[in-house]
Every structure is written in C-alpha cells, then in structure tokens.
Design a protein around this ligand. Structure first.
Ligand SMILES: Cc1cc2nc3c(=O)[nH]c(=O)nc-3n(C[C@H](O)[C@H](O)[C@H](O)COP(=O)(O)OP(=O)(O)OC[C@H]3O[C@@H](n4cnc5c(N)ncnc54)[C@H](O)[C@@H]3O)c2cc1C
Length: 328
C-alpha cells in the first residue's frame, strides 16, 4: 500500500503551524507521531493535500508541574509521559494507561495529542480501499448505510484511545489554539459521540496542551484494559477509575470513565453517585460496575463480540475501582 501524494510542511513554531492550518483548512492534516494517520492514508481513508508536521514545534513538547497539577505538551511522546517522575509519582494512572498503548516502539513515536485525537475505528472502515470497494460506502466513508447493524441509522465506529479515560477521570482539560484565538475545554468535550465525526476540533485548530488539576487528598487511580494480544493491541474495552478517600475512610470523589465501548469515551455518572460519600465495600463496587455495564454500548465492529466486551466492562470496572481504592 502506497501513501497518496501530499505536500509536507514543517513549521518551526506553533504560530507558523497555525498559519499553515488557517491557509489550507480542510485540505491540511496535522501529523505528530504519524502512527495512526499514515496507516489511514495508506488505507486510502484520508488523502490530505498538505501534512503539517508538528515534529519541530518544540514548544509543544514538555511536561511541567503547575500549581500542584500537570501541564503536558501535545507533542509529548507516550514513552516520555510514562517515564516522567512527576507523572509516575503523582498521577500514576496516566503512566499506567500510556504504558498500555500499543507496544514500546509505538509509544516512542506516538504523542499525547495524537492519542487523544484518534479517529474512531471499525472493522468495515479500517481496511484497504480494495477491501472496502466490495461492500460500498458506509456512513463513515460518506455513504448511506451501516455495515455493522443492518438498517442502522448512524455510524457506530468505536473510539479506542487508552489515555483519554484516565485523563477524563482526573478532570483534565485541553488548551486548544487556532490563528488568533484560544479556548480551554474539559477533555470529555473533545468527543462529539458521533462515530462519523468524533472530534469537536476545527480544521484550523491545534490541541496545544493537556492540563491535569492538582490531585485531591487521598487520591488514587487505576486503568484496566481488555485486548486480544497483550503485546500491542487497541483496547476492546477499557475502564479507568480515580477515587479519593478522606480521613474517615469515606470516598470523597469518584470518577469512572470507559473506552472502546461506544463512539467516544464514556463517563459513568452513576458510579460517581453510588460511590461518593460512602464507605467503599465490595457490594457497592459491584453496583458501580453494574452501572458501567448498563451504560456501555459496544458494537460488534472491533476485534470481538459486543456482548462479551460489554460483560467485560463489568469485570474491568470492578477491578479498576477496587485497585484504585486499595492503592490509597
Ligand atoms: C499496531 C498499532 C497498535 C495500536 N494500539 C493502540 C492502543 O493499544 N491504544 C491506543 O490508544 N492507540 C493505539 N494505536 C494508535 C496510535 O499508535 C496511538 O494512539 C498514538 O498515540 C497516536 O499518536 P500519533 O502522534 O502517532 O498520532 P498521529 O498519527 O500523528 O495523529 C493521529 C490523529 O491526531 C491528530 N493530531 C495529532 N496531533 C494533534 C494536535 N496537536 N492537535 C490536533 N490534532 C492532532 C492527527 O491529525 C490525526 O488525525 C495503535 C496503532 C498501531 C499502528
């Protein structure tokens, strides 16, 4: 499979990168590590006329502590993220999730923003154009049908990023910049929940950094992932839990977020309601895991059967909550 032809633009600063995006808009695509984008281009899923390579924009490559929290530059490699002492010691759930992305060579190339901005995936979409021709276009490729659910009214392509659920459970926000403007949004709001167009990102906008607020007292987290091959695969389901325990042994804050069981990362609000203000018991954790099972809506379009993955959400959520609770 060959790459389609494109013009490669190499800005040296964020300002220059934004200038290229403002000029070329929908015709341009950002490339960071390229571990996802180039595969999609080889499959003929994307054919941007311009690639704006962020590699030389050093101002986007940093991890720093800020007011007790963290600032993570968009271009930070996943391996750098998981090796940074401040991340390992103060936000270990982030390092844990980053270490579970793909395999070490891909972690050394893949970046934080590239991971958060992953496209949704589907068995019928992530194929060569030759393969796809035989079935005709689906919603994701601009057609009028879904190959996963016959008669389906919308695209069910699945979001399978690993670090988003951990960062969402920590309450992370994103700093997004475009030519002349800037906004900060909760990370969860980056995701539209639409399989076809999963990101609320304008064509001329760059994710510049991730901000993680200071940890709450007695906070700990855990990320659990189901995948076919433990050595490198995307999640078939994933659950992150971040819990805080107060001095009386009561759960003062709880956030549970899932991945790979819908068109975007999913926050399990009911788990928060069940756990906060309570002594965390096995029974309560089982109820929270059941709530995650109820909320998850996997489709049979990535790796394995939807009902199995949904049942595993219960298991992964239970493990993540218990591990987080026992760590503190
Ligand atoms: C074999 C294989 C296994 C994989 N397994 C996993 C896995 O287990 N878990 C997982 O989460 N991922 C997995 N991936 C996907 C990918 O390797 C990682 O998610 C990686 O972190 C993507 O980062 P990147 O910098 O390479 O992204 P790129 O490919 O460079 O970009 C990905 C997308 O993000 C956009 N983008 C990049 N940076 C920015 C920015 N600053 N602002 C706005 N948009 C931006 C790009 O335009 C593109 O649309 C796998 C990939 C492969 C090939």
């Amino acid at each position: 499979m060959r790459l389609p032809s494109f013009e490669h633009l190499e800005p040296r600063s964020l300002e220059e990168a934004l200038g290229f995006l403002a000029k070329h808009k929908e015709q341009a695509k950002i490339i960071a590590g390229g571990t996802e984008l180039l595969v999609c281009m080889k499959h003929g899923l994307l054919a941007p006329a311009y690639l704006v390579n962020l590699k030389a924009v050093r101002e986007l490559d940093f991890v720093s502590e800020d007011d007790g929290g963290l600032r993570i530059g968009a271009l930070t490699r996943l391996s750098t993220l998981s090796e940074t002492p401040a991340v390992r010691e103060r936000f270990p759930v982030v390092a844990q999730a980053a270490e579970m992305v793909a395999a070490p060579p891909l972690q050394a190339m893949g970046t934080v923003a590239g991971n958060l901005c992953l496209n949704t995936r589907c068995f019928y979409y992530n194929q060569s154009s030759f393969w796809r021709q035989a079935r005709g276009a689906c919603y994701k490729t601009g057609g009028d049908r879904c190959h996963v659910v016959k008669g389906g009214k919308r695209c069910l392509a699945t979001y399978q990023g690993d670090i988003a659920p951990a960062l969402i459970a920590l309450g992370a926000t994103l700093r997004m910049v475009s030519n002349g403007s800037e906004r900060e949004i909760p990370l969860a709001e980056l995701y539209t929940g639409k399989g076809r167009r999963p990101l609320a990102l304008e064509p001329d906008e760059i994710v510049a950094e991730v901000r993680v607020p200071a940890p709450f007292d007695g906070m700990a987290g855990d990320y659990q992932k189901l995948r076919l091959r433990g050595s490198m695969d995307f999640p078939l389901a994933g659950a992150a839990a971040v819990l805080s325990r107060n001095g009386s042994g009561v759960c003062s804050r709880a956030r549970v977020a899932l991945t790979a069981v819908g068109t975007g990362p999913l926050v399990v609000e009911e788990a928060t309601q069940l756990l906060e203000g309570q002594q965390v018991t096995e029974d309560l954790v089982a109820q929270a895991a059941e709530a995650a099972y109820e909320a998850a809506r996997p489709a049979s379009n990535v790796g394995s059967d939807a009902s199995y993955r949904r049942k595993m959400v219960r298991v992964l959520t239970r493990r993540a909550i218990l591990n987080a609770w026992r760590k503190e």
